[in-house]
Every structure is written in structure tokens, then in C-alpha cells.
Design a protein around this ligand. Structure first.
Ligand code: PFF
Length: 461
């Protein structure tokens, strides 16, 4: 077998937390979390989500970092090494492959949607939100989705920005970028929160997010909460495993996983608290817009607020940074594989993978216009299909396999060696959750996600 080239390890202790938080914090926190919370009962949903993060997200996050740090290589080589040293069947290596493939697939559509934020950043800076009404805002969004060349232009820009960082390598590119981007992201979020308190109806926003009603605790909500906990923590996509490989050996993995989960949740809640007060303070718009919340509702709110040009631009800059640090982590696993396993130069590896994701991403671009009626997979557009295969199948399946592998198959000494800096109490609770709670919960999510499609497939619907 060919030798795997040794990885760099980040010099600063905080880089791993910043990079992993950068991966975790993305469109999921700022675009998706606020609207799914709004749709699923506010406080009740937040509670279910917190339980999922704590009981299932943190244990799997810990397991994935542990695998990465032990392997000190890209996810594919890492899984090959760990499964060999644990005397496990070759098939377990599939975890690495699934992660790298899932990250590549997500990158293809994520960069298209992230591209929209660039268009909105430009529009905000040009003052296009000023005095925008509901109809105009919907038309603006629909026109963007119908305009293929503009979509491709922004998608290309976003993928190029992503590859540009990684071309500089793990320390000069990735480490440098997250150390600049993440503090700026938090600063912008704080400024926007301050603005929401000053210019928005903060009490109404907070009430909407946190008002708790027991009857809002539903199965459907719990499933959405668990699925989102996975997506938002970037679990089972190879990203966290790839970053784990660069983590210094003197950091406690469990404690670090909890910090990342806490920061990710904090950003999601802060984003909600920055967005809803503005929505409530603007007459004529409603918070329950679903996915249109960020691209249709918010521009109207910024357009009606004092200093809306500045704060609207700050908001879309925030979303761009959040999405950028996530796409970097989606590109890194495959790039690391090519450079380490096949000695690719970083430039050619980046061009190849980013180019491939760009090409596949065209399918997502066309899903909103020319191919809107093209449904390759059980009534879903290309975008819907790639989203379904990744978020509803690969992600929970990968999570399930990671939980079973680390919980039941991986040699206990290897695990203990990586977790020696965490307290015995943490190790005990973590192992119990990972072995018994996580697999069952993830299996339920997997079945619930696949069932409606299977039902359609066998013609029951
Ligand atoms: N966690 C990111 C978000 O919430 O937007 C999305 C993501 C990034 C998922 C990286 C998976 C991943 F590997």
C-alpha cells in the first residue's frame, strides 16, 4: 500500500475550535434554524433541538473528532487505518468514503445557495432594499432564481472563494482564514443583535422564539430537530473528521466537542434573536414565511428600518462568512484525500474537486428554472434529489455507522488513548449515549426520512 503523507497540525490551540465552529455555523444556523423554529412551535422546538444536540449530537461529534485525530489523515485513510487496527471488517472503511462523497455532494448545492447571499450582499450595499414592499421583494427573489447566468456567476464566485483558501494549504490558507473570519462573524452577529434590540421589537421576537407550549412537542418536530442537529453540527460528512486530523494532541476532545456545539447553538439562537425582532417591527410582513424568511421577508424589514443599508449589508456579509467557512470544510476532505493518497498538488486537487462540484451544482441552478419540471428521483428536482440523498440518507446513515463503529467495534484502548484528557465521568456518559441512545435515535430519523419516498416508490401514494 502507498504511504500516506503526514498531515500538518495546527499550531494554535484555538484553531480547531474556530475551524470546526466555522464548519458548523452556516446557512443551517442563520437561514434554516430561525424558520424551522418558527414553523415548529418556537420554544418547544428549541427545547427538542437542545436535547438532540446534547444527547445525540455531542456524542457523535466527539466520536468523529476522535476518529480524525487518531487517524491524522483524510477521512478515507483514517477509517482504513482505524478499522485495520481494530481488527474490523474492511467494509467499515465505507464510513470514510460516504463522508467524502456526502461533503462533495453538499458542496455542489450549498455553494449555489451561498451564492444567493453574495447577490443579496450586493443588493443591500446598492440600497436596493430601501422601501421595498412585499410584492417587489418576492419578484426580486423570483427573478434571481429565473436568471441562470446570474446564478451560475454567483455559484462560480463562491466555489472559487472556497478553493482559493484551500489552495494556500492547511495552515496558510485554512487556519489563517478561520482565525480572521470567525471573530469577524461573531462581531457582526453581536452588532446585529444590538441593532435588533435598538430598532426592532425585541420582546415580540424573543416571545416568538421562546414561548413554550407543551402541545407543540410533536414527533414531527422532534424528527426535524434531530435531522437539523446533525446538519448544523456538520456530522457524518467527513468535514469534522478531516479537521480532527489537524487537532493538537493536548486538547480534550469531549470538552472541545461541547464547546463547538455550544457555540453553534449560541449562533443559531442569536441569529433568531437578530432576525425576528426586525420582522415583528415591520408592518405588513409575517415571520412564518418558511425558506423565504431570509431572502424575501428580511430585505423588506431592512428596507424599512433606519440605517437599513448598513445593517442589511452587515447581515448578508455575516451570512456569506458563515457559509464560506462551511464550504471550506466541505471541500477539504476530498482535497486532503487526493493530496495525501495520490500526491496531488493542492492546486490541481482543488481545481478538480471544486470544478466537479461546480459542474454538479449546475443541476441545482437549473432546478430553479429550466429543469424545474425535470424530476430524476421520485418526483424531486436535481436539487431536491441531491439534498434528499445527502441530508436524509447519507447523513443519518453515516451517523449511525459512526456511532456503531466507535461504540461497538473500535478497540477500547484506542478510544481511551484519545480521550485521556477528558474526565472519567464524561467518558462513561459519552460511551453509554453513543452505544445505546445515538444509534436508536438516528435509525428512527433515517427511517422517517426515507419512508415517505419509499411509500411513493412502491406506489402506496
Ligand atoms: N453545518 C453547516 C450549516 O449548518 O450550514 C452545513 C454543513 C457544513 C454541513 C459542512 C456539513 C458539512 F460538512
Amino acid at each position: 500500500m502507498r504511504r500516506i503523507r503526514q498531515h500538518a497540525i495546527w499550531g494554535h490551540k484555538g484553531t480547531f475550535v474556530l475551524a470546526a465552529t466555522g464548519s458548523a455555523v452556516g446557512l443551517g444556523n442563520i437561514w434554516k434554524f430561525p424558520y424551522i423554529t418558527g414553523e415548529n412551535g418556537g420554544g418547544a422546538f428549541v427545547l427538542m433541538y437542545l436535547v438532540c444536540i446534547l444527547l445525540i449530537g455531542v456524542p457523535i461529534l466527539t466520536a468523529e473528532i476522535l476518529l480524525g485525530r487518531y487517524g491524522r489523515a483524510n477521512p478515507i485513510s483514517t477509517m482504513e487505518k482505524v478499522r485495520k487496527e481494530s481488527g474490523a471488517n474492511r467494509l467499515w472503511a465505507v464510513i470514510g468514503w460516504m463522508g467524502v462523497c456526502a461533503a462533495f455532494l453538499i458542496l455542489s448545492y450549498y455553494s449555489v445557495i451561498a451564492g444567493w447571499t453574495l447577490e443579496y450582499l450586493k443588493a443591500a450595499l446598492e440600497g436596493k432594499f430601501v422601501a421595498l414592499d412585499g410584492d417587489q421583494s418576492s419578484v426580486m427573489f423570483e427573478e434571481l432564481l429565473a436568471d441562470k447566468s446570474r446564478l451560475v456567476q454567483w455559484q462560480t464566485a463562491f466555489i472559487a472563494m472556497t478553493a482559493l483558501v484551500l489552495i494556500f494549504g492547511v495552515t496558510k490558507g485554512l487556519e489563517f482564514a478561520v482565525r480572521l473570519m470567525m471573530p469577524l462573524l461573531f462581531l457582526l452577529l453581536l452588532i446585529l443583535l444590538g441593532y435588533a434590540i435598538y430598532a426592532g421589537d425585541f420582546a415580540a421576537g424573543a416571545r416568538f422564539l421562546f414561548s413554550f407550549n407543551v402541545t407543540d412537542i410533536t414527533w414531527r418536530g422532534a424528527l426535524i430537530a434531530l435531522g437539523h442537529a446533525f446538519f448544523t453540527l456538520s456530522l457524518a460528512m467527513g468535514a469534522i473528521m478531516a479537521y480532527g486530523a489537524y487537532m493538537p494532541g493536548n486538547l480534550a476532545i469531549g470538552k472541545t466537542a461541547m464547546t463547538i456545539a455550544a457555540l453553534d447553538t449560541l449562533v443559531a439562537l442569536m441569529a433568531g434573536l437578530a432576525i425576528f425582532p426586525l420582522v415583528f417591527a415591520t408592518p405588513g410582513i409575517v415571520p412564518g414565511e418558511g425558506p423565504g424568511l431570509m431572502f424575501v421577508t428580511l430585505p423588506i424589514a431592512f428596507g424599512a428600518m433606519p440605517l437599513g443599508i448598513i445593517f442589511g449589508s452587515a447581515f448578508f456579509l455575516l451570512v456569506t462568512l458563515a457559509a464560506w467557512s462551511s464550504t471550506i470544510s466541505l471541500l477539504e476532505p476530498a482535497v486532503a484525500y487526493l493530496t495525501e493518497r495520490f500526491n496531488f498538488h493542492r492546486i490541481s486537487a482543488n481545481l478538480l474537486i471544486a470544478g466537479g462540484a461546480w459542474l454538479l451544482g449546475l443541476g441545482t441552478v437549473f432546478s430553479f428554472n429550466d429543469w424545474a419540471e425535470f424530476k430524476p428521483l421520485w418526483g424531486m428536482t436535481v436539487f431536491g434529489s441531491v439534498d434528499f440523498v445527502t441530508t436524509s440518507v447519507l447523513l443519518p446513515l453515516g451517523g449511525l455507522l459512526i456511532a456503531i463503529f466507535v461504540g461497538w467495534v473500535m478497540k477500547r484502548e484506542l478510544i481511551e488513548q484519545e480521550l485521556k484528557l477528558d474526565s472519567p465521568h464524561f467518558r462513561q456518559v459519552w460511551y453509554g449515549l453513543l452505544r445505546y441512545v445515538s444509534p436508536v435515535a438516528v435509525l428512527i430519523v433515517l427511517c422517517a426520512g426515507v419512508y415517505p419516498v419509499l411509500k411513493k416508490l412502491v406506489g402506496l401514494e
